[in-house]
Write a protein of this length. Structure first.
Lengths: 215, 560
């Protein structure tokens, strides 16, 4: 391990962690936008009528849109000097990746949000509360998917790893470097899933307590 | 008067007349005299009342009518065209000023970049392109290049000194940052490199510095400025050069520009011969090797004539970069025009207009479909294998199976693809097929591990439900697959949706192909819209097929 460490820069781990913060930043933006858009679509779908008829195929299309293609579509369709009322609106690299994840997050929120609302209306608040762990799960999926930003030059965690890997010569050294990346992302993911499990257990306890209180 | 004296007088008069006439004849052959006459005639036409209001006005006459010349120059190309507030500087800018000065009019500059310079000229927003534009045969059909050429450069690849890149074989599979419209992009693509596209060349050094790009390709003249910075020179070096190309000023390819083009040709000859270009180059710290060689050429008697610009012995040929048109290119162009006329929207379909683009497009579609089909099959195979391994009662098999699943779940999709590609390239020499295969395996492993986990969990629930009841493991596994049908289908759809990311490791699918096409053709907006439609339709078909599969699996699960 020591010979390997001598081959990577001293500030590599610092850069990697900074890059992972970018992954979280992208996921957070995508989730917030997805909650706003997906929430509206869920309400429209449940409301029926014309909005519902429009929302259903829109959600279907968003579900089918590949994130990576949406990212390149946004990158190439919006001019770098685009303005709205004199204000520059061309998204940064981070924002482009976040926006490309919005179709996924919005359709996910719309599906789960509609389900949660139906559960709530049927008198099952616990079923409705499952929306929270589902959203947490989506957040970690978004964190992992945000690595696509490496393809358009966003300096997120995977981009930092790939940059160093390009300077290493042997496959063995590269695999060690990749393993470090998997370990760091894996720990983050597993901690995230542990939080989801804790949240589910907590909600379960609330439901059990409420159930006992009610009988 | 004696006869001999009158004879002497006649002879003297003849000689005097000959001496007086000879320089005039010689002057008429020089580019200087031809230019003077051209300018005087055009000025005279412009001064005629109402002449400037004529439709289809000659462009040289219009320059004098408006008392301005409108060169299109770059604003973000150090040493050649930069802008600091209202101050423009650079070799191209100063050449534009010198042209306007020779015509006796004011230069009015307009910003252009590699992608916009030809459309702006075609739209009559500028009179002449003076924007680092390489003269190749492909562009000959779009604009009228001025000869002699006013500069020459070659493309060069720049990257960190520590990176061992010496030639084309080292480029395969790597990402190279380029600006859209650069003449050498097609050549880079042909060596299996991936492109990261930028609108302006000026951002490339910054993207190298912030490590967004690892390698960048641009004209050597462009990078020369950055290599004057010791910090930049210490970190990066030129890896190798290719595609030597002369730069040309260019005017619109219409009859009304005949005399304007002629004026520029004559001025370019004079500027070479008299060292005007060399002086401008020195002022802007631009290399003068090419210009010095050209000065020698244009000082030669056969070149220093008003016909010099048409003499093949004096002018340089354009770089051969003709893209063969498709047999249906004419119909595609007609359709684009019809669409524009009827909708008001510009639709550009470069993938149908030239043979290289058409070949890339067809291969991209076929490879994308292979990739989707391969990813689906690989997902099913890995799901069944990892599901079976994780369902076994033997711990020595079950635990490694679980470990593999956790590792695959913990690895971001891009990293898994890169690992698969690195391992594949360590075993096989680089090729598009290897990249495609590596992507199929990576996508299959990522999605198959999750689906396999679902099968194992379903198997566990079935065993718990059945307690000690005797049932064949194979039958039970079949039912577990049926029970986890929803999860399997979900990951199959995920695999199909994930296929475009294979372009990251150089798999030549449609996203990769269209990125390559847009690097040397226009029409990014319609190209990427088409790409999005293609993949959405493919994924929707997969969703529909997977729906059928789920029904089939669930029926099997319900069967006694």
């Amino acid at each position: 391990m020591m010979p390997f460490l001598s081959k990577i820069p001293d500030d590599f781990f610092q850069q990697l962690l900074a890059g992972m913060v970018v992954n979280f930043e992208i996921a957070a933006i995508a989730l917030v936008l997805g909650l706003a858009l997906g929430g509206l679509l869920a309400l429209a779908r449940l409301g029926g009528g014309v909005p519902g008829a429009v929302a259903t195929p829109v959600i279907g299309l968003m579900r089918a849109a590949p994130t990576f293609v949406v990212m390149f579509f946004l990158l190439n369709i919006i001019p770098r000097d685009a303005t709205l009322f004199g204000v520059g609106v061309a998204p940064s690299g981070i924002m482009t990746v976040a926006l490309s994840l919005v179709p996924y997050s919005a359709s996910y929120v719309a599906d789960n949000g509609a389900e949660a609302l139906q559960q709530f209306r049927r008198g099952s608040p616990l079923g409705a509360l499952l929306f929270l762990p589902n959203i947490t799960r989506a957040f970690f999926v978004l964190v992992m998917s945000s690595s696509a930003g490496a393809a358009i030059g966003v300096t997120e965690g995977i981009a930092v790893i790939l940059r160093e890997a390009a300077l290493l010569h042997g496959l063995a050294d590269k695999l060690v470097l990749f393993a470090i990346g998997i370990l760091l992302f894996g720990v983050t993911l597993q901690v995230g899933f542990a939080i989801i499990r804790l949240l589910q257990r907590h909600l379960g306890r609330i439901a059990t307590r409420d159930g006992k209180g009610g009988t | 008067m004696p006869v001999w004296r009158s004879s002497l007088l006649v002879l003297f008069a003849f000689l005097a007349g000959a001496v007086a006439v000879l320089p005039a004849v010689a002057r008429a052959d020089t580019p200087d005299a031809a230019l003077t006459k051209l300018i005087e005639d055009a000025r005279a036409e412009a001064s005629v009342s109402g002449a400037c209001l004529k439709p289809d006005l000659d462009r040289l006459v219009r320059v004098f009518c408006e008392n301005r010349l409108r060169p299109g120059v770059r604003e973000y190309y150090p040493l050649f065209g930069t802008r600091d507030g209202e101050t423009r500087s650079g070799y191209d800018v100063d050449v534009g000023r010198e042209l306007a000065k020779h015509l006796g009019v004011e230069p009015v500059f307009t910003r252009v970049n590699a992608a916009s310079r030809v459309p702006l000229l075609a739209g009559d927003r500028i009179d002449v392109i003076l924007a680092t534009m390489g003269h190749n045969t492909q562009r000959d059909g779009q604009v009228r290049f001025i000869r002699p050429h006013y500069y020459q450069s070659e493309s060069t690849i720049v990257g960190p000194r520590a990176l061992a890149v010496k030639g084309w074989p080292d480029i395969a599979g790597r990402t190279i940052c380029v600006n859209i419209g650069n003449g050498s992009n097609a050549q880079i693509v042909s060596h299996n490199a991936r492109l990261m596209l930028f609108d302006e060349a000026g951002v490339l050094p910054d993207r190298l510095r912030d490590e967004t790009c690892f390698l960048a390709a641009q004209d050597d003249s462009f990078f020369d400025y950055y290599f004057t910075d010791p910090g930049f020179a210490a970190r990066y070096d030129k890896k190798f050069g290719f595609a030597q190309v002369p730069w040309g000023m260019a005017v619109a390819r219409i009859p009304a520009t005949d005399r304007l083009a002629r004026a520029f040709e004559l001025m370019s000859q004079i500027f070479h011969r008299d060292g005007v270009f060399i002086d401008i180059a020195r002022k802007n710290r631009v290399g003068t090797g090419f210009l010095e060689r050209q000065q020698a050429v244009w000082s030669r008697p056969e070149c220093n004539a008003d016909t010099g610009a048409a003499n093949p012995a004096c002018v340089l040929p354009a770089l051969k970069a003709d893209l063969e048109p498709t047999p249906f290119a004419g119909r595609v162009v007609a359709f684009e025009k019809w669409f524009r006329a009827n909708t008001g929207f510009d639709l550009s379909l470069p993938m149908f207009k030239t043979m290289p683009a058409w070949s890339l497009f067809k291969a991209g579609v076929v490879n994308s479909l292979i990739l989707v089909a391969g990813a689906l099959v690989a997902t099913v195979i890995f799901a069944l294998v990892l599901g079976a391994v994780q369902s076994t009662r033997w711990r020595l098999l079950r635990w490694p199976g679980r470990a593999v699943t956790i590792v695959l779940q913990s690895s971001p999709v891009v990293l898994t693809l890169v690992i698969a590609a690195a391992v594949a390239h360590a075993i096989f020499p680089y090729s598009s097929s290897v990249a495609l295969g590596a992507a199929i395996v990576a996508l299959g492993l990522m999605n198959g591990s999750n689906a396999g986990q679902a099968i194992a969990e379903a198997m566990h629930t079935l065993r718990t439900e059945r307690g000690s009841a005797s049932i064949r493991t194979r039958t039970l596994f079949g039912r577990a697959v049926g029970r986890s049908a929803t999860q399997i289908v979900s990951f199959l759809i995920n695999a199909a949706k994930g296929t475009p990311i294979a372009s990251f490791i150089g798999a030549p699918e449609l996203l990769s192909a269209l990125t390559d096409i847009t690097a040397f053709a226009s029409g990014r907006a319609s190209t990427y819209s088409l790409l999005l439609v293609f993949y959405v339709v493919v994924v929707m078909i997969v969703v529909w097929l997977c729906g059928k599969l789920r029904i089939l699996l669930e029926r099997r699960h319900e069967a006694p």
